[in-house]
Design a protein around this ligand. Structure first.
Ligand code: SAM
Length: 284
């Protein structure tokens, strides 16, 4: 006999976003799905037990985390054919720097219904606090722990014309901000901390000023770093353009020189050709 309170849930997988601090941020729909689920796949049952107590329910839980996911997943996929299985993480939206993508992939492959119950996500919440452009953003999750791999990951996104979002821990924050300033230039940034909790704050400034601020006082709690997109490159100074043209004219035909400098500076080739002719003392 199935003693489940699940009278209404279609069997399948339910991705349930949970609060990132303030339990009141759990949506009524999320609470209802959790209360009806036959089984909840959780990262840490102690954390989810607190949430279930808040909702006033008790449901069976199974651990699903990085260390056991491959072993547990086939059984969960099998049960989804006849039961409503909810997936939660300790906080926020499952799958976002948290386990779950392979569970969704395999649930889809098996033809099960997959439903998402959207809600809190630290990356998006921080983006709304930072006061930086939101039209295009690039989520980096956690940077690799090793120095060289971190610098490489940062170099990879230096040219991306989007606001960057990263998760970071307090002890590493200052070093990460300094590495970001090194790799990206000293852009505007924000450090959003303890969102939706008692000590929520969002501190803005340049990457180097934020690195200096946190160097001697690593902050406590959970942190998201937001970095502004690269600025428009300033137009090159006239003297610099003349120097590039003079060098190119010495090596190339006037037309080729104009093309080369146009490519390097982004200035119109026609203007550069005229300038090169003038520099050579010829009228265009
Ligand atoms: N899946 C989660 C989500 O949707 O936000 C993120 C999980 S990831 C393992 C945890 C990281 O998210 C933390 O280390 C921190 O960088 C960020 N985070 C989570 N809660 C936060 C909060 N209340 N304030 C700021 N950052 C938070």
């Amino acid at each position: 006999m199935n003693a489940s309170p699940n009278a209404g849930l279609v069997p399948g997988l339910y991705i349930v976003a949970t609060p990132i601090g303030n339990l009141s941020d759990l949506s009524p729909r999320a609470a209802s799905i959790l209360a009806q689920a036959d089984l909840i796949a959780v990262e840490d049952s102690r954390v989810t037990a607190v949430l279930l107590r808040h909702v006033g329910t008790k449901r069976p839980m199974i651990a699903y985390h990085d260390h056991n996911a491959d072993r547990v997943r086939p059984g969960l996929i099998e049960r989804m054919g006849r039961e409503a299985i909810a997936l939660v993480s300790d906080a926020g939206t499952p799958l976002i720097s948290d386990p779950g993508f392979k569970l969704v992939r395999d649930a889809r492959a098996a033809g099960h219904t997959v439903t998402t119950i959207p809600g809190p996500c630290a990356a998006i919440a921080a983006l709304t606090l930072a006061g930086l452009p939101t039209d295009r953003f690039f989520f980096l999750g956690f940077l690799p722990p090793k120095e060289k791999a971190r610098a490489d990951a940062i170099a990879e996104v230096a040219a991306v014309r989007a606001t960057l979002i990263l998760y970071e821990s307090g002890p590493r924050l200052a070093a990460t901000l300094a590495t970001l300033a090194n790799g990206l230039g000293d852009r505007e940034a924000a450090v959003a901390r303890e969102i939706s909790k008692t000590y929520e704050e969002c501190v803005t400034g340049t990457l180097s000023s934020l690195a200096a601020r946190y160097a001697d006082a690593p902050p406590r709690g959970e942190i998201v770093v937001i970095v502004a997109p690269p600025g428009e490159a300033p137009p090159p100074a006239e003297d610099d353009v003349d120097a590039l043209l003079a060098d190119a004219i010495g090596r190339l035909s006037t037309g080729q020189a104009a093309s080369e400098v146009a490519k390097a500076t982004g200035l119109p080739r026609r203007d550069l050709y005229a300038r090169a002719m003038a520099m050579k003392g010829d009228a265009p």
